[in-house]
Design a protein around this ligand. Structure first.
Ligand SMILES: Nc1ncnc2c1ncn2[C@@H]1O[C@H](COP(=O)(O)OP(=O)(O)OP(=O)(O)O)[C@@H](O)[C@H]1O
Ligand SMILES: [Mg+2]
Length: 374
């Protein structure tokens, strides 16, 4: 007899049972999600975004609002713990937060060495109003976005990124020392070599990322109803591509960099050009255009991850319905039901979700840190 395959992967990536303890306004809660669309609704300040944030933390090791980890621990408590069973597997991923200590992650109760080791277990894409700075903000916002996305997509990228960052910090420390006194040129060499070796693949990965994302996000943008084109292009601040060219750049800039007290050129200074309807979206886009483009970029990354893994990642949609007109809401819901896998959507007003979509979704009422299936 052929034994049954027990760990057959689920057709979608996502979470089944989610547990929260002393996380934000949750004391002790357990929620069983459906495989498709899950709608969390309720009044303001009840815990809808907090629930989404717990999933985001399990997926990326990061909180949503850029707050410090300890801020997510329930007031008056020493620590918080969140966990999720990954769909179609027998694994439970968990994150533990403690005041005054680094966060700890575990897999089936076994602690992992580094928090980042959990990344990739519960892949997700999150879209919310916090994405708007991808369109309107400083270059660093776009860099963080792509670094996080690429780190989720590729362990190799994460490796190059971590190595580059470490070497950059070392070089910057040397540059600051050189402002105080003499630092021999040889001291810079190993770090610049390291930066060149790991920086070149970073640029290659990023260039490909935006080129691949462009048609996917463009399709979402058209579907959402604007009919406008979306152009996405990685922009290097200098034209070094190979490790040798980067090394040459770092050597050449050494004197300038000492004067500035920091590394002025390299992959950590690059940006992305985003055009909507043929114009730079940052300078010329209307708020509606910027919001739609931010959403299209996020949903485009979902397609990218599906293509990479064969499974759509968990989609987290925080409070985005109220910003869209009725036809865009409908088309977004349609897109989510047809193209996404598991999705968790929050809204204050269930009326923003059409009866047809409601019938196909699992509904949860959130009230004072309690979640009630409806
Ligand atoms: N560490 C914490 N301990 C206790 N409560 C917290 C903590 N952090 C946040 N909260 C509370 O959680 C509530 C906000 O929850 P959340 O952001 O999930 O609301 P929401 O349901 O998404 O509301 P909205 O519709 O306004 O977005 C606030 O009342 C806030 O005070
Ligand atoms: Mg909210």
């Amino acid at each position: 007899m052929i034994p049954e395959a027990v760990d057959k992967p689920a057709p979608v990536a996502g979470a089944r049972v989610v547990r929260l303890r002393n996380f934000r306004n949750y004391a002790d809660e357990e929620v069983e999600l459906g495989d498709g669309l899950n709608v969390f609704f309720g009044a303001n300040a009840q815990g809808k975004t907090n629930f989404l944030e717990a999933l985001h933390l399990l997926s990326t090791t990061r909180l949503l609002r850029g707050s410090r980890d300890a801020e997510a621990i329930r007031e008056g408590e020493a620590g918080a713990w969140v966990a999720a069973e990954v769909l179609g597997t027998r694994t439970e991923v968990a994150v533990k937060l403690e005041r005054g200590a680094a966060k700890r992650v575990s897999l089936n109760g076994l602690p992992l060495r580094r928090a980042a080791d959990i990344i990739g277990r519960l892949p997700s894409v999150c879209a919310s109003l916090l994405d708007l700075p991808i369109l309107t903000g400083e270059p660093s916002v776009r860099r963080s976005f792509m670094d996080l996305e690429l780190s989720q997509l590729s362990g190799l990228y994460l490796h190059h990124f971590a190595q580059y960052k470490r070497a950059l910090e070392q070089r910057n420390a040397l540059l600051r020392s050189a402002q105080e006194g003499f630092v021999a040129a040889e001291a810079f060499e190993p770090w610049e070599h390291h930066m060149a070796e790991h920086g070149a693949p970073l640029r290659a990965f990023r260039g490909r990322f935006w080129a691949d994302l462009e048609p996917l996000a463009g399709e979402v943008q058209r579907h959402m109803g604007s009919g406008e084109s979306l152009r996405l292009a990685y922009q290097q601040k200098d034209d070094a591509r190979t490790p040798d060219e980067l090394l040459e750049l770092f050597r050449r800039n050494r004197a300038v960099d000492v004067a500035r007290g920091g590394t002025t050129a390299g992959p950590h200074r690059d940006d992305v050009r985003i055009e909507v309807g043929g114009r730079d979206a940052r300078a010329f886009g209307s708020q509606g255009q910027q919001r739609t483009a931010a959403l299209a970029i996020k949903l485009g990354t979902l397609e990218l991850e599906r293509r990479e893994r064969g499974l759509p990642p968990l989609l987290l949609l925080d409070d985005i319905l109220s910003d869209l007109d009725e036809s865009r809401r409908e088309r977004l819901a349609e897109w989510v039901l047809e193209r996404a896998g598991q999705a968790v959507l929050t809204c204050t007003d269930l009326d923003l979700v059409s009866p047809e979509v409601r019938r196909r979704a699992r509904l949860f009422l959130v009230r004072s840190g309690r979640v009630e299936a409806r």
